[in-house]
Design a protein around this ligand. Structure first.
Ligand SMILES: [Zn+2]
Ligand SMILES: [Zn+2]
Length: 383
């Protein structure tokens, strides 16, 4: 797939809402809403109920096979259709942290702070102002005394994304592509988020593990297989785990109640010494990153963590600190450390295993929504 440019305006998908107003003999006004879409772009739509003043009340079930539409929560509430962007996605904004992202129809977790909320809570400012404009148009249509059709023309809104058009229509809004578009491996949900790492908006699973397993480690293993500098590969594999731990610990600090002393210690912690990291995670959060390791694997991984420090800071030559901390008696002071294709692959494998343990332990504390994950597992796999 070609790289998608970051922060690109994604036009609205267009569509037209036709409000057909009928006035009966007794002077009662009735209206019918029809949403029509005929542009050759991906499009999705959801609906909400809003007060005539433009205040969103709740999401409305649009009905489908075997299910009817939800009745309005209070009489007189308007049905408002919210169309997707031209890639079939919706902009979302978190009421807690203010973060912006794009998703498909489903969204219940903020990718950045992880709070769980409804699609309504995640409406963007632009979508809320669109709802206000829409309700104003409805008010206008329902004030007249004659039959007629009123159109909210989102096709004009879609066309106005063209930068050459400076005069945007009143209903105008567009979405903005972000930096990491990923499909969650747990639930199949689409996410387009700022930065690289976050929670899946559909099921709440962190994407760090799939980023590590599908991108970071395979690229390191490709370098190892190509005979690249094994020392640099070891350094990068350990560094990848270091930043992986950093992301999870940051979330745990924010979301798990901790004493100020413990919080402060974790905030300032560096994850360079494997034994210290493992003890801290086990002692504070009951997460065992070394689960399934035998003692020789642990010794090996511990040694590689010490060596990473040498590769990063000592030009690859054993220094006193390395010899004292690691207890490595196979090298002399100033001797350049050497890795092999085996040791490089072995640490990549250990990093993968520790990361999986941490990910699993993390989600025992910070739960995901099992329903979309279950539905995704039951889908027939394409051959
Ligand atoms: Zn948030
Ligand atoms: Zn997911």
């Amino acid at each position: 797939m070609p790289e998608q440019p970051e922060f690109r305006e994604v036009a609205h998908s267009g569509g037209q809402l036709v409000i057909t107003v009928k006035v009966d003999a007794a002077g009662h006004r009735m209206y019918q809403l029809t949403w029509q879409h005929c542009r050759p772009v991906a499009a999705a739509v959801f609906a909400v109920y809003a007060l005539p003043q433009g205040l969103v009340l709740c999401q409305m079930n649009l009905g489908g096979i075997g299910s009817g539409q939800d009745p309005p929560p209070i009489p007189g509430a308007y049905q408002v259709f919210i169309g997707s962007d031209s890639e079939g996605k919706f902009g979302r904004q978190c009421p807690a942290c203010g973060g912006y992202w794009r998703s498909g129809l489903a969204a219940q977790f903020c990718p950045y702070c992880g709070i769980q909320a409804s699609v309504i809570d995640f409406l963007t400012m632009a979508q809320r102002s669109y709802v206000e404009q829409y309700c104003a148009k409805m008010n206008e249509a329902l004030r007249v005394d004659v039959d007629g059709e009123y159109v909210i023309d989102m096709d004009a809104v879609a066309d106005a994304a063209d930068a050459a058009i400076t005069e945007k229509p009143a209903f105008y809004y567009a979405e903005l592509s972000q930096q990491n578009r990923f499909t969650c491996k747990a639930c199949g949900g689409f996410n387009d988020i700022l930065g690289t790492f976050g929670y899946c908006t559909v099921c709440g699973t962190r994407n760090d593990l799939q980023e590590l397993s599908d991108k970071t480690l395979p690229s390191i293993r490709d370098r190892i297989n190509a005979g690249a500098q094994y020392e640099a590969c070891v350094r990068d594999a350990v560094a990848a785990f270091d930043s992986f731990v950093g992301q999870y610990v940051k979330q745990l600090i924010q979301r798990v109640p901790l004493t100020p002393a413990r919080k402060n210690r974790l905030e300032n912690a560096r994850f360079h010494n494997l034994q210290v990291v493992a003890a801290e995670l086990r002692g504070t959060f009951d997460i065992n990153i070394l689960e399934g390791f035998d003692p020789t694997d642990i010794d090996f991984a511990t040694l590689m963590f010490h060596r990473r420090h040498v590769y990063e800071h000592s030009g690859g030559e054993a220094d006193e600190k390395y010899i004292a901390d690691s207890g490595d008696s196979s090298v002399r002071l100033k001797q350049a450390l050497r890795e092999t294709v085996q040791s490089a692959h072995q640490i990549a494998g250990a990093v993968q295993k520790m990361a999986s343990n941490l990910h699993r332990g993390f989600h025992e504390i910070i739960p995901t929504d099992g329903r979309p994950i279950q539905r995704h597992r039951q889908l027939p796999r394409g051959g």
